[in-house]
Write a protein that binds this ligand. Structure first.
Ligand code: ACM
Length: 662
């Protein structure tokens, strides 16, 4: 496992974001125009040019969402005849099966006379409609859009989100609303991580034991898979399935022990980590099985790409196996890595003969594989550059692991074309197709999956869509806050379920003080949770750490307020934090799930007292607390797998006080 650097940079400089559009991702080009379009009950759409049922459905959804956003019914919206408020011109069809690199551009102009959306194909119309919905705001005139001219197109053709549905089962409705969120931020590739040690999640007709014995009954039927693919296509999203081989395969081997390296028997893995179980790369029966499996799954999933995983094969089963060792000697295979290369070279033609291109995690990088495969870089960005130099296309996911609980800023500034890519030729650089945010779900349930993904995935979406020089972090956060609310209008539940989980913890809807604490903590970062205690698939994920958001807005806003020397706001927040412990303590002490958070609440009070002393010093020259640094360093230690995000802002305040800056 590779650790990514984690920083909380101090953002002193950027407190006044430019007047930018409240749109995410920001368009490639836009300029303000005279005029204003009012959105009222007479809103009417005229769709001209190429039409297809998918566009009709998109327009019906668009009108429903505009109604949800504004509360205004639009009875005339799709009726022929009336003068159009929004004229849409779609030139021609897009591909029947959506392809990588299809044109997604559009132009949108809005003025007094109405709005015009032009696109070469339905994908551009879909993207433009999302922009239109984001532009509608309320002001003193009602709902409307200020005059604007937009010419927009994506920077990268592959803008994805990977969702693991193996460690914890994610029902179809979770997948659907995730696709809605992706479409809202113009992501175009859903990477479905469908099998792993802890569960095999698709119905196979050819090998029904896979789902019968490998899924605890939690798998998608073939018809559900087709529905999801159609749902995604309606939103301009490709669906790339991943079946992770030859490691991460314990759940397969429950029903297919004969293709495993060790004889078994196997049981579904209930723990998290890297396990020894691996397919047997030396037996022809393994390849016969895979040939049938790949033939079946490549028919079910129409996308041109087929992901074979390939990550984290520890090789222990191979090393321990006499017949594998004998095979390696007979074939001159030097080590386990070489053996995995041999395996990949056997699998790739099976994918190819079904008309697909093979994709895998960066472990599969091998100069001898055909150049039409795609490498997904996760252990570090270097593999992306190495792949491009060797002639392979690649995607960046290193730095986009949303499960590692890093702030949006960290992901936002992580660019697929970084300094390492400077050494690439233009042609090599063009092999970098984009990236994917990844959501691994060891510590995620259907109740909190939305807030583990959103709104941070929107920051990744902007990195992959908008021009490279769109990098203003303060502007991003300002728009992300807006987007977070817009995403709820789209149907995501990251805000609603936060309240639901707080009320579950508290057993009441009077959660004010609990929310003050929850708002200012974050789960521990990177892989620390797994190191804190023993977790299995059956461990309840119902604690404050499962409720608290990956990134504390309250913590960031407090740091910004300190940096801006907004002392009245700083004082108000510190007083609230200081006084919260007394209000919250009875609840914490009387609820089994909350007892572990007592020290956290105490720390918040102590840290706030340190902050208030520093502020008194700054404002009135009061005495400085001599044990401030002891309090702060104590409060930095995780409690109940949570970090107190009041600390960085108070540290900055103490530094300001100590250095005499007024
Ligand atoms: C991975 O995170 N093991 C691809």
């Amino acid at each position: 496992m590779k650790l990514f650097p984690y920083f909380i940079p101090f953002l002193f400089a950027i407190m006044s974001p430019a007047a930018e559009l409240n749109v995410m991702p920001l368009p490639a080009q836009y300029s303000a125009q005279p005029g204003h379009l009012t959105i009222d009950g007479h809103f009417h759409i005229a769709a001209t040019g190429y039409s297809e049922p998918r566009l009709d459905r998109a327009l019906a959804r668009f009108v429903d969402r505009l109604t949800r956003q504004t509360g205004i019914p639009f009875p005339e919206a799709l009726k022929p005849g009336a003068a159009a408020t929004l004229t849409i011109r779609c030139k021609a069809a897009s591909k029947l099966v959506q392809q990588l690199g299809e044109d997604e551009s559009y132009t949108l102009t809005v003025g007094d006379g109405g709005a015009k959306l032009d696109a070469p194909n339905p994908l551009g119309v879909l993207r433009g409609l999302e922009t239109f919905l984001q532009l509608v705001v309320q002001d003193s005139r009602g709902f409307g859009i200020d005059g604007i001219s937009i010419e927009d197109r994506p920077r990268f053709p592959w803008r994805g989100l990977m969702l693991d549905v193996s460690r914890h089962w994610m029902p179809v409705e979770v997948v659907r609303r995730t696709l809605d969120g992706m479409a809202a931020v113009k992501m175009n590739t859903f990477h479905w991580h469908l099998s792993d040690d802890q569960g095999f999640r698709v119905e196979s007709l050819r090998y029904p034991g896979l789902q019968r014995l490998g899924s605890d009954g939690h798998y998608y039927t073939r018809s559900q898979v087709r529905d999801v693919i159609a749902y995604a296509r309606d939103r301009g999203i490709r669906v790339v399935p991943e079946f992770d081989i030859p490691g991460h395969t314990t759940s397969w081997l429950v029903s297919q022990p004969e293709i495993g390296t060790a004889p078994g028997p196997y049981q579904i893995e209930r723990h998290w980590g890297i396990f020894d179980a691996a397919l047997d790369p030396t037996k022809e029966s393994t390849y016969k099985f895979l040939d049938g499996f790949i033939a079946e799954m490549t028919k079910l999933f129409p996308d041109e790409y087929f992901h074979i995983g390939g990550d984290e094969v520890n090789g222990k089963a191979w090393t321990a196996s006499e017949h594998v060792q004998k095979f390696m000697r007979a074939h001159g295979i030097q080590n386990n890595h070489e053996l995995q290369r041999y395996f990949n070279r056997r699998v790739q033609p099976m994918v190819k003969k079904n008309g697909k291109r093979m994709e895998g995690w960066d472990e599969i990088l091998d100069p001898d594989l055909p150049k039409d495969i795609v490498i997904q870089s996760w252990r570090g960005q270097k593999s992306l550059v190495d792949a491009a130099k060797q002639g392979f296309s690649g995607l960046l996911s290193a730095g986009y692991y949303l499960d590692l609980m890093q702030p949006a800023e960290f992901h936002y500034l992580n660019d697929p074309i970084n300094e390492d890519a400077a050494s690439l030729t233009d042609e090599q650089r063009s092999r970098i197709l984009g990236g994917e945010a990844c959501m691994w779900v060891e510590y995620v349930t259907p109740l909190n999956v939305d807030d583990r993904i959103w709104p941070r995935a929107a920051a990744v979406a902007e990195r992959l869509w908008s021009p490279q020089n769109v990098r203003n972090v303060a502007s991003m956060y300002q728009r992300l806050e807006f987007m977070s609310r817009r995403l709820e209008m789209v149907g995501l539940k990251h805000r609603e379920n936060y309240r639901v989980m707080l009320e579950r913890l508290a057993g009441t809807d009077r959660v004010g003080p609990l929310r003050v604490l929850a708002d200012i903590v974050e789960p521990v970062k990177l892989y620390e949770r797994g190191e804190s205690r023993e977790y299995t698939q059956f461990t309840p994920l119902n604690r404050l750490v499962d409720t608290a958001r990956p990134e504390s807005d309250a913590g960031r806003n407090f740091r910004y307020a300190v940096a801006a020397k907004n002392w009245p706001a700083v004082r108000r927040t510190l007083l609230m934090w200081r006084d919260n412990d007394a209000l919250l303590r009875p609840m914490l002490e009387s609820h089994a799930l909350l007892k572990e958070d007592v020290p956290l609440s105490t720390n918040l009070k102590r840290v706030a007292e340190v902050g208030l002393q520093a502020l008194d010093h700054i404002e009135h020259g009061g005495p400085l607390n001599s044990d401030a640094s002891a309090v702060l360093s104590d409060a930095k230690k995780p409690v109940a797998e949570l970090l107190l995000m009041a600390v960085p802002g108070v540290e900055a305040l103490v530094t300001t006080a100590a250095t005499g800056a007024q």
